[in-house]
Design a protein around this ligand. Structure first.
Ligand SMILES: O=C(O)CCC(=O)C(=O)O
Ligand SMILES: [Fe+2]
Length: 299
């Protein structure tokens, strides 16, 4: 059907038309039904070699950055939320990471899940070289108490950079868990992580490099133990609704990043936030940017 400029779903009309144009309607149906979807490389809206170039940049950073400069990497696997090495604050390191955020498919999925006024929450690489333990079952609504809102407060749009399957320690999703609106309890760890939950409640993500794995913040996920040698990596572009404080502090982004990404990147990085004002109070135009979000969930 034709999607009109429908006031009752203001924001979704435009987002849906964009998603349809990009061939993403099946992915939206999968997100609704299962809480996650895999967008294959041919639909990722990027040049063919994009994921390979992004991966090469990540490898360069992994080699040149002191792993222990990242606080989480100084802790034992048993203490930290995700196993393996993490690499943060990527945007300023190469324009390819900015392209990874501004990609039309990434943006359409982020707007579908967290509204057009969504902002970038973080961009981080999950990087594992050689065998690694599983990351326990969790959902990405960090700090949001249960019951979680039925709509997504957060979403995860991840660039898969290496082959993802059980042996390489892929993500394991619990299909349908996005409707439970709560965090998993300690009893909801699968047997392969040492818990009591049947392993067949978890669906492994099988994806080629260049795929985008997209899931709602409420969707439960973990990772399979990595038994393969070599590197397995994905880069998360996480988005949050306009009222969610970003995990990452983007205030030190060089002007060159903002010039490259343009006004929409600046907005995504919080440069137009109405929150955080001083004595002069918030700017009316910036309050105006989130007004649509209290008319509908899609603005
Ligand atoms: O790769 C991992 O170990 C964890 C990944 C994850 O939880 C995520 O991308 O949200
Ligand atoms: Fe996660």
């Amino acid at each position: 059907m034709d999607i009109g400029n429908w006031k009752s779903v203001a924001g979704m009309d435009e987002t849906y038309r964009a998603a349809r144009k990009l061939g993403l309607e099946t992915n939206i149906a999968e997100l609704e039904a299962f809480g996650f979807t895999i967008i294959p490389p041919e639909k990722n809206g990027a040049p063919k070699d994009f994921a390979a170039r992004m991966y090469q940049k990540l490898l360069d950073i992994a080699q040149s950055e002191d792993e222990l400069a990242v606080d989480l990497n100084r802790h034992t696997d048993a203490e930290k939320p995700a196993y393996g090495r993490q690499i943060f604050h990527l945007l300023e390191r190469d324009p390819i990471f900015i392209d990874g955020v501004m990609n039309p498919v990434v943006r359409a999925m982020a707007a579908y899940l967290t509204g057009q006024s969504c902002r970038l929450f973080s961009m981080a690489a999950f990087y594992k070289d050689g065998p690694a333990r599983s990351t326990p079952m969790h959902c990405d609504c960090v700090g949001v108490p249960s019951p979680l809102p039925v709509y997504s407060t957060m979403c995860n749009v991840s660039w898969i950079l290496t082959p993802y399957n059980e042996e390489t320690g892929t993500l394991g999703m619990v299909p349908g868990s996005h409707r439970l609106c709560r965090h998993p309890t300690q009893f909801e760890q699968p047997k392969f992580i040492g818990g009591a939950m049947d392993d067949d409640l978890v669906a492994p993500v099988r994806a080629e490099p260049g795929s985008l794995v997209v899931f709602m913040g409420n969707t439960w996920h973990c990772t399979y133990p990595k038994t393969s040698d070599g590197v397995r990596a994905h880069i998360v572009t996480a988005f949050g609704r306009n009222f969610v404080a970003a995990a990452e502090d983007f205030s030190d982004m060089p002007e060159s990043v903002l010039d490259y990404g343009g006004p929409e990147l600046a907005r995504l990085l919080g440069r137009r936030n109405w929150q955080g004002y001083g004595r002069a109070g918030p700017k009316l135009e910036d309050i105006g940017l989130v007004r649509a979000a209290y008319q509908t969930q899609y603005g």
